[in-house]
Design a protein around this ligand. Structure first.
Ligand SMILES: Cc1cc2nc3c(=O)[nH]c(=O)nc-3n(C[C@H](O)[C@H](O)[C@H](O)COP(=O)(O)OP(=O)(O)OC[C@H]3O[C@@H](n4cnc5c(N)ncnc54)[C@H](O)[C@@H]3O)c2cc1C
Length: 379
């Protein structure tokens, strides 16, 4: 495994870091407090090419590799996990679908709009009764001439409230189980498609999470992504890529907590000396740094495996599992190092802790990641 970053990867890292420090970090706490989406920063992220980082250049993307993508995501997540998830969803869960499974016509139509950030996308798989068991889809799509008529609802959809286009999954043949699920590209404004309830969340509060409702929503056959019955495979394929992104997000949050904790340990004095001189604090910092480095290496390793063209489901799940549990553990330790101040909104630790938790849940819970890993081991 070559861990030496290339010049291009270093350049992307610097661009992401500069952007995160200058624009993202200064508003992160305020946006979290208000529960507002940082649209200005999403626009800036688009201008930097980050919403099409891994998409091919011929469709307006940057054509960067997955390692560059995780490096950039880590930098942005260090400043604001909510901003980062918009970038992660766009690249992994939205662009990657048409990129890998779309027709040339779909790529030409959708990718330039998505990679430029003119359109923001959402990925709609989860339903009230279909979470970890994502095959239990109750949303149905019935073929009617040149259209499909879609009825059902999705919930917990990131960016759902303002997305211009949705990669939607629905059952076309219940008898066939996972092989009866089909993917569609549904545009905002399609009659029968509306946004429902917006969620109020514990963390990533500056991201939007909504219910999507489909009532006799007619979608042309030309907007079917892949073949009929291929939807579950498409969902699992893009989720593998997505999990590497969530791992990078977790590493970024954890790194931010470590940075703040090191600084605090140097400046906070008790018993006449900086708390960083107490061995109890030193050991926490050492363990935090070690865990983060291990999580980062697993994330890079999964990214490299994806770039090599080999199967990487197991590596993506390992990276996501380890990095997300690390982020929760590290941010918890970070609060401990900050003492009571860590519990207060004046310091960012409590936000990091709340934001870290989501990485153990979405794009497959930790239990689901363990199922994927064990499934691969026992094949
Ligand atoms: C903020 C947020 C944003 C999200 N964004 C999106 C999005 O953009 N698009 C989208 O489609 N979805 C999205 N989701 C949905 C997310 O992926 C699901 O919440 C997640 O997959 C878990 O499903 P569930 O919430 O129904 O939990 P459940 O599946 O009901 O799980 C409950 C518990 O049971 C455990 N469990 C379930 N099955 C098993 C099993 N077989 N073995 C062991 N344990 C098991 C789970 O691990 C968990 O601990 C989002 C969720 C949140 C909270």
């Amino acid at each position: 495994m070559n861990l030496q970053l290339t010049e291009e990867q270093k350049m992307i890292q610097k661009m992401a870091r500069d952007f995160a420090v200058k624009y993202v970090a200064p508003v992160a706490a305020e946006m979290d407090e208000k529960g507002e989406v940082p649209f200005d920063n999403i626009r800036r992220m688009a201008e930097l090419g980050f919403l099409g980082l891994t998409a091919p250049e011929e469709y307006g993307g940057v054509g960067a590799d997955t390692v560059s993508y995780v490096i950039a995501l880590e930098e942005i997540s260090r400043a604001c996990a909510s901003t980062a998830i918009v970038m992660a969803v766009q690249n992994s869960l939205v662009n990657y679908g048409p990129q890998k499974f779309g027709t040339e016509e779909q790529r030409q139509k959708y990718l330039p709009r998505l990679t430029s950030g003119e359109w923001i996308g959402a990925f709609a798989l989860t339903e009230p009764g279909a979470g970890s068991d994502s095959a239990a889809q109750r949303t149905v799509a019935v073929r009617d001439g040149d259209d499909y008529v879609i009825t059902g609802s999705k919930h917990f959809i990131t960016s759902g409230g303002f997305a211009d286009v949705v990669i939607l999954f629905a059952m076309t043949d219940k008898e066939k189980g996972t092989r009866g699920i089909t993917a569609f590209i549904v545009e905002k404004g399609t009659p029968g498609f509306s946004v429902g309830k917006e969620e109020h969340k514990m963390g990533i509060r500056a991201s939007n999470t909504c219910e999507l409702i489909f009532e006799d929503c007619r979608v042309p056959v030309a907007n079917r992504l892949g073949e009929e019955g291929q939807g579950f495979k498409i969902a699992m394929t893009v989720l593998d890529a997505g999990r590497i992104g969530v791992a990078a997000q977790a590493v970024g949050i954890a790194q931010a907590a470590l940075d703040a904790s090191v600084e605090y340990a140097k400046t906070r004095e008790q018993f006449g000396k900086p708390i960083g001189q107490f061995q109890a604090i030193q050991w926490m910092l050492a363990d935090m740094a070690t865990q983060i480095e291990a999580a980062r290496l697993l994330t890079y390793s999964a990214a490299l495996k994806k770039d090599s063209g080999e199967r990487y489901s197991k590596e993506a799940s390992m990276a996501k599992l380890f990095a997300s549990e690390t982020a929760v553990w590290v941010t918890n330790r970070g609060i401990q190092i900050h003492g009571g101040y860590g519990y207060m909104k004046e310091y960012p630790l409590e936000r990091y802790y709340r934001d870290a938790k989501i990485t153990e849940l979405y794009e497959g819970t930790s239990e689901v990641q363990r199922l994927v890993i064990a499934g691969q081991l026992l094949r």
